[in-house]
Design a protein around this ligand. Sequence first.
Ligand code: PEP
Ligand code: MN
Length: 350
Amino acid sequence: MILVLNKNLPEAEIAGVVSEIERLGFSAQVVLNQPNPLVFVSGDVKVVPSHLFSNIAGVEKVMKLGPACPRVDNSEGRPVVVGNIKIGYGAKPVVIAGPCSVENEEMLLQTAHAVKVAGAVMLRGGAFKPRTSPYDFRGLGKQALEYLAQARRQTGLPVVSEVMSVEQLEIALDYVDVLQIGARNMYNYELLSAVGKTQLPVLLKRGMSATINDLLQAAEYIMLAGNSQVILCERGIRTFETYTRNTLDLSAVAALKTLTNLPVIVDPSHGTGRKDLIRSMSRAAIAAGADGLIIEVHPQPMRAMSDAAQAITPVELEKIVMDTRKIYELFSEEATFSSAPALSLASTVS
Ligand code: PEP
Ligand code: MN
């Protein structure tokens, strides 16, 4: 950390700054820069709130060195691995699909087989449902996890499901392949640390009013606890717009890809809340560089117990899977090299 001192601060006052830093347990090195003297502070300054430095008399500005979330910033350039599926860092985009909530055994198994046929590589399904109204369907809990495990046995698709508490996490560990932290719990630091202590990959959704930095800091909590298998998910943020359920922030996808190596996926279902917009936003997400999509699918969308307005059919999902492949090929590096047809057309014309 570097402290920029007030212009032309007298030496006696610079000495006062140094002794205050030493009192805090750090060592200080003065550089008599003109007009602002500088003090380099060494030691683990993160353990002390920065106002303890900025409030020292004679200090004009505190400049922190090093990243705010070092584990996220320096995350290794390798995909997150779920069974034989790779997500992010050069892997082809993945499509995760399934119902908003697991409603019963039959609908889950039917959906699981249908999304597999449509090209999804992982099954989603809510067992513990965070609902805005406590009177809405809140999921089947452990019973739903058992159905999910059964669907995995039948289809081979790994399953992702949300946990909202440490107690639910302990139950889910025996059933799921990926733990989902939902938008409402992105700020639940106890839960983030708890999933960070497991070995399972974590799908971390952006909170509905969270900044990109908030999301990265939440990922840092998980990584600091020891789990580097984190998948970030843009799922729309609250804005003044009411036509869509949320505003899907695809600029966050592009931004996150420049800020971290962690995979970034997009949830166009909660991002828009409207089935008629899911295909367009899925296309846009892949074009923006997303490493995958998570989409709510129901065999009979109108009958869905939760989020019916955003559920699409397996047939629609299949179209999105096809789009995803085409768009990825168009923008991947191989596709850049295979621009040969255009060149040969040009040479034929000449
Ligand atoms: C979900 O994926 O089922 C869900 C509740 O999403 P979010 O946390 O993004 O609202
Ligand atoms: Mn939902």
